[in-house]
Design a protein around this ligand. Structure first.
Ligand SMILES: Cc1cc2nc3c(=O)[nH]c(=O)nc-3n(C[C@H](O)[C@H](O)[C@H](O)COP(=O)(O)O)c2cc1C
Length: 328
């Protein structure tokens, strides 16, 4: 396979979303085989102590890789048996002559267009047919997908999001970790090419010392909770993803399902933004599970969707930083 194709495929995989834009992946390229490995130096020990968000992000990357490979005319097969080992990994086997059909075709061009859009949405409802397409895109064994459009069902979820915000922003370790991944000005963005940029969050460029001061003194648990509630009320719907198995295999499956939904939404001009707070605080996750009567399923991603203008894009690190050639 040509180097240029491999480079395009890895670029597509690395455009996947990841918690705090940590980009917690490395790609081992060996002939017609690309192995995706977690990068433990990019873990988020406070907000994601069990690494579920890290593996969801790897699932998003693998889905992008598969979609891009099919779009380039390759057959792509995912081997996830490596997830059971001591050093979990996922391998994608590529073979020329794929159909270019299935999920791959329409979604390929959405990979570079998809973004997390953190701003107020315009309140318009999503046509039922388009909600049906999101539901169709979500289907993945062991993954549950739930859409909420009725304000009566959304309001109790807003309360859990608000409570999640209050608890997280009352925890100095959470705020510290978040500040470490915020890029407060263009100089920081250029240097790191990762993290949550001021522009993607709709904030002005400021020096780090001022950012620290604002995050420590002016961003309060109450102000965060109120702005999350307003953001949800401006949206058309909430969507929730759950998994039957709380392990790397289940988390990767959930990530693949989420990424397909996110790409499908992008083709329909539907935007998305994470409202994960109640999934991240274990006691609230349990409350969410009980409230929605999810049985043994683990609710791990909550997002709002709707219509809005795009925001500036989040950066990605250059390929040289994420590709490991030949040996691990
Ligand atoms: C597992 C996972 C968890 C995330 N959690 C949050 C979150 O709690 N809040 C948020 O604003 N964004 C969240 N995001 C979105 C990321 O911050 C976003 O994907 C990253 O900054 C890259 O930006 P992009 O999606 O626009 O490419 C999450 C993404 C993933 C994959």
């Amino acid at each position: 396979m040509k180097g240029a194709v491999l480079a395009r495929l890895v670029t597509a995989a690395a455009l996947a979303p990841s918690g705090h834009n940590t980009q917690p992946w490395r790609f081992l390229v060996e002939g017609e085989r690309i192995t995706i490995l977690p990068d433990p130096s990019r873990r988020l020990p406070v907000v994601d102590p069990d690494d579920h968000a890290l593996y969801i992000s790897l699932g998003c990357a693998v889905e992008n890789l598969v979609v891009a490979a099919r779009g380039e005319g390759y057959h792509a097969e995912v081997d996830d048996t490596g997830l059971d080992g001591e050093d979990p990994s996922l391998t994608v086997h590529l073979q020329a002559g794929g159909t270019g059909g299935g999920h791959g075709n329409g979604l390929h061009s959405a990979i570079s267009q998809r973004q997390s859009t953190r701003r107020s949405y315009d309140g318009r409802a999503i046509p039922v047919g388009d909600l049906g397409r999101l539901e169709g895109a979500s289907r993945q064994e062991g993954v549950g997908f739930h859409l909420f459009t009725d304000p009566g069902r959304i309001e109790p979820l807003i309360e859990l999001v608000e409570e999640g915000n209050r608890r997280q922003f009352s925890d100095p370790a959470f705020v510290d970790e978040l500040i470490r991944w915020i890029r407060f000005n263009p100089g920081e963005v250029r240097k790191r090419q990762d993290g949550l940029t001021h522009a993607a969050m709709g904030l002005p460029s400021i020096p780090r010392w001022l950012g620290r001061f604002i995050m420590g003194k002016l961003v309060t648990p109450g102000s965060q909770a109120r702005s999350a509630a307003r953001a949800i009320r401006s949206s058309a719907a909430l969507m929730l993803f759950s998994t039957d198995r709380p392990d790397p295999r289940g988390w990767v499956s959930l990530g693949r399902s989420f990424e397909r939904v996110a790409l499908t939404a992008t083709t329909l001009d539907i935007r998305h933004a994470h409202m994960n707070m109640p999934c991240e605080v274990p006691a609230l996750r349990e409350e969410l599970r009980r409230h929605l009567e999810l049985g043994a399923a683990h609710p791990l991603l909550l997002l709002r969707i709707g219509y809005a203008q795009p925001m500036p894009r989040s950066p990605r690190r250059p390929l040289e930083e994420v590709v490991v050639e030949g040996s691990r």
